[in-house]
Design a protein. Structure first.
Length: 140
């Protein structure tokens, strides 16, 4: 990724003097897609206008390449929650991403527990998974 032209158009400009244009910028992102989905990986990423990496991710075009570490890391999991327990998931902004993965994974696995999702955001238009969650609620 090049520093000079790699930022999304609404991102703030960046002082690139003295910086390596090809510097590797590692960041963590939660997977939003089901852990059983093999065809693609979905991420739910917010633009941090002053950020180093996210303005570049928003500027990616089809067939651009990004590096993903080989092994996903993290401890956030429902594995230790008994299958008969219902679950309340609370998140703001992009923090809902791992919860979407959990819900999608459990639904495709046929488990019967119930989820309540409390998702906060500054604007209702930022509740990007609202329609999907409402649909899942209506068919459950
Ligand atoms: C375990 C884990 C999972 C994550 N999952 C996601 C995810 O699913 N989706 C996602 O969008 N991000 C996620 N993040 C945050 C992500 O790793 C980056 O921090 C974020 O994208 C900003 O990176 P950047 O390089 O653009 O900004 P940076 O250059 O790292 O930050 C620039 C400035 O912006 C501030 N800043 C950083 N993030 C925010 C923010 N969200 N709002 C306001 N100011 C901020 C920083 O403190 C810093 O001052 C996760 C982080 C962790 C640790």
């Amino acid at each position: 990724m090049k520093w000079s032209d790699g930022r999304y158009h609404t991102a703030d400009t960046e002082d690139i003097s003295g910086k390596d244009p090809d510097r590797f910028i590692p960041r963590s992102y939660s997977i939003a897609s089901s852990s059983k989905t093999r065809e693609y990986i979905e991420f739910y990423i917010g633009l941090v206008r002053l950020g180093s990496l996210s303005p570049r991710l928003f500027h990616l075009k089809p067939e651009d390449r990004v590096y993903l570490s080989e092994k996903p890391l993290g401890m956030l999991s429902l594995d230790a929650v008994p299958a008969e327990f219902n679950v309340v998931l609370i998140a703001t902004g992009t923090g809902v991403a791992p919860y979407m993965s959990m819900i999608r994974t459990e639904i495709s696995g046929g488990l019967n527990r119930r989820f309540a999702v409390i998702h906060g955001a500054r604007h209702s238009s930022d509740l990007d998974y609202h329609s999907e969650l409402m649909l899942l609620d209506s068919i459950s």
